[in-house]
Design a protein around this ligand. Structure first.
Ligand SMILES: [Fe+2]
Length: 409
């Protein structure tokens, strides 16, 4: 893959190389997406060096540093630099193990001496590791979550797999969505590439490295929509369920991993752990990039419970407009149908970046600017280890401003 190296200028201390796009990607969709950073050692640069990296992340959404050795403490400090007022892991420190009903429970092992950093992966780690006693890890398999999984025979013969679950890293209850997530690849078993099938009638499929983390830009997701859906997205607020990962714990995913089947399997609100209306999250459908000002369509489709659409602003054309007088969408099937309409185009194969992990990789991604998914499957004996860190943000994301509304609504 040919790459173009940007020359360092007086204003940049490091160099940035475009990430090699995935084979099916449309290069035009990735001009401003994804950079490998050279000259920045995340383990040793002092905080003064962070400002440029922070700016670059908001411009490029995903930054890759190769061949790093970085301790959990150093990883925390780098992640924390994006939000110095943040105080806890994205789901709350030491919370993931306690909500035993939460669907996130099995996937995260908290590193005791640095509780904002989680060990994730697959297989049993031999012996003591970062204060954990021979932790057992499990790569999430779509069979445990999708209503109609791929058969084991097809998995074995065709190396076929799915997007496990498209998401934003966020508790979406009480805590604000983290600005950035860092992932440090410690152990990465290699294997044949796998074919992710969408199985939604589109015929879409995409080849990805085994166990790839796939990313889709929320900016592309917004930009590619036709005007009536841009208008809708600009005017919509998403209401999330209280304790969403408990609420959805009995539900099954669509074959795309982009949201849930509507089967009435969500827990009734009165059988959830105690919750407070004031802690329920109501977030705009589009989040404004703090550096570029672009709108990113950012929704966790599994956790959304209802939508509110504001009326068109005075003077807007009503021709072709959806919900011109505004409205409330409370029927779960309708909520999900609408979310699929605005999100599914943005995860088409040509809009995907699929990480080809190598040991020593450190990836930072703009968690308020992309959605992402785990893919693939590993045998129980394949050891895979990543350190993941994100922090509940010190404030909620900001939605479209008056100019955006005037432009798009
Ligand atoms: Fe994630």
């Amino acid at each position: 893959m040919t790459t173009v190296t940007m020359t360092a200028t007086a204003t940049t201390s490091y160099t940035y190389t475009p990430l090699a796009p995935s084979p099916a990607a449309d290069p035009a969709a990735f001009e401003d997406f994804g950079r490998e950073v050279h000259g920045f050692d995340p383990a040793s640069v002092a905080e003064e060096g962070y400002a440029e990296i922070i700016d670059a992340l908001y411009r490029y959404q995903v930054l890759l540093f190769r061949n790093t050795t970085i301790t959990p403490k150093q990883q925390f400090l780098l992640t924390h630099a994006f939000d110095p007022a943040a105080t806890s892991y994205g789901h709350g420190n030491n919370k993931t193990g306690k909500e035993t009903k939460s669907i996130l429970h099995p996937d995260l092992k908290t590193i005791p001496h640095q509780p904002e950093v989680q060990l994730i992966g697959n297989g049993r780690v031999p012996g003591e590791y970062e204060g954990l006693d021979s932790p057992q890890l499990k790569h999430p398999h779509h069979r445990t979550f999708h209503k109609h999984p791929i058969s084991e025979a097809e998995e074995a013969t065709a190396h076929a797999t799915r997007f496990y679950r498209w998401h934003i890293d966020a508790a979406l209850y009480a805590l604000s969505p983290p600005r950035v997530t860092s992932l440090h690849a410690v152990r990465v078993p290699q294997g044949p590439w796998q074919t992710v099938r969408y199985d939604d009638g589109s015929g879409d499929e995409v080849r990805v490295p085994k166990g790839s983390t796939v990313f889709a830009s929320g900016k592309n997701m917004f930009d590619l929509l036709p005007a009536p859906l841009k208008s809708l997205a600009t005017r919509t607020t998403v209401h999330y369920a209280p304790h969403p990962y408990v609420w959805m714990s009995g539900a099954h995913a669509l074959p795309t991993g982009l949201g849930l089947e509507t089967e009435g399997l969500e827990l009734p609100l009165d059988s959830l752990p105690a919750w407070d209306e004031a802690a329920v999250k109501h977030l705009p459908m589009c989040w404004k990039n703090p550096v570029t000002g672009a709108l990113h369509l950012q929704v966790h489709p599994c956790a959304a419970r209802s939508l509110s659409v504001a009326p068109l602003p005075a003077g807007s054309s009503r021709e072709g407009a959806l919900f011109p007088d505004g409205g409330e969408v409370t029927d779960l099937a309708e909520v999900r149908e609408l979310l699929t309409r605005v999100q599914r185009p943005g995860i088409a194969p040509k809009y995907l970046f699929a990480a080809d992990w190598r040991e020593g990789d450190l990836v930072l991604f703009h968690n308020r600017g992309v959605i992402h998914s785990v893919t693939g499957a590993f045998r129980p004996d394949e050891l895979r280890m990543f350190h993941q860190c994100n922090l509940a943000a010190s404030s909620d994301p900001v939605g479209p401003d008056a100019d955006d509304v005037a432009k798009y609504a």
